[in-house]
Design a protein around this ligand. Sequence first.
Ligand code: TMP
Length: 259
Amino acid sequence: MNKRRVIYEGKAKILYEGPEPGTLIQYFKDDTTAFDATKKAVLDGKGVLNNRISEFVMTHLTSVGVPNHFIRRLNMREQLVRKVDIIPLEVVVRNIAAGSLSKRLGIPEGQSLPRPLVEFYFKNDALHDPMVSEEHIAAFGWATAQEYDDIIAMALRVNDFMSGLFAGAGIRLVDFKIEFGRWFENDHDMPRILLADEISPDSCRLWDAKTGEKMDKDRFRRDMGGVTEAYAEVARRLGIIRESGEETDNVIHFTGGSK
Ligand code: TMP
């Protein structure tokens, strides 16, 4: 095994130095955590599924013009991505009340929201990712006014596109969390905002459109079992894997040579 330099290790992924300047290798672990990693498990095959699902979503987002860090998948657990400086915000978009919104405001889970809500949380585990407003983001310089506007516009575009993508697979996109980074293309002074991190059942709430059954990480958070089975069902419905679990070839590749 060749030794690669670890740039960052998170709870569910590892970032290694990439083969070319300005790139990183994003490795998807089977490790799963919740509630600031007070709850932990290793779920066999979860990383493989999230690598494929995130590839699928990011590739489609590229095709509709949402700039993101994904370059190509390298193997079962790794993808090549652009190196960005992560903005320390978790951006949550909600279509249906659930999770912390229901808890905080007493809105019953499952109630449709009058319009999509965009929320910001400061990425800091020690502080339990506290919710912040535009005021905090501006005052503490986490993003410029232009970046803030770009992030909201991109988050809503991601929501529109993904809602349709999942609806076509019989799945309701309840809410999701995304992260953004600054990309210094060819070392230009002015960075571009790119969607980064991952989009997978670890970072979305996905409910079966007919039965309402949960197909996301809430199965782990709430001890419901069948976590990877649900992720595999998401992948099957999106056409990423076949009934038997093997890969299909109808995944679009814009960057070529991704196997
Ligand atoms: P919440 O209802 O707990 O605030 O979660 C909103 C969405 O964000 C949900 O789809 C799960 C996702 N999420 C993460 O991806 N990471 C996190 O650390 C948290 C708290 C939520």
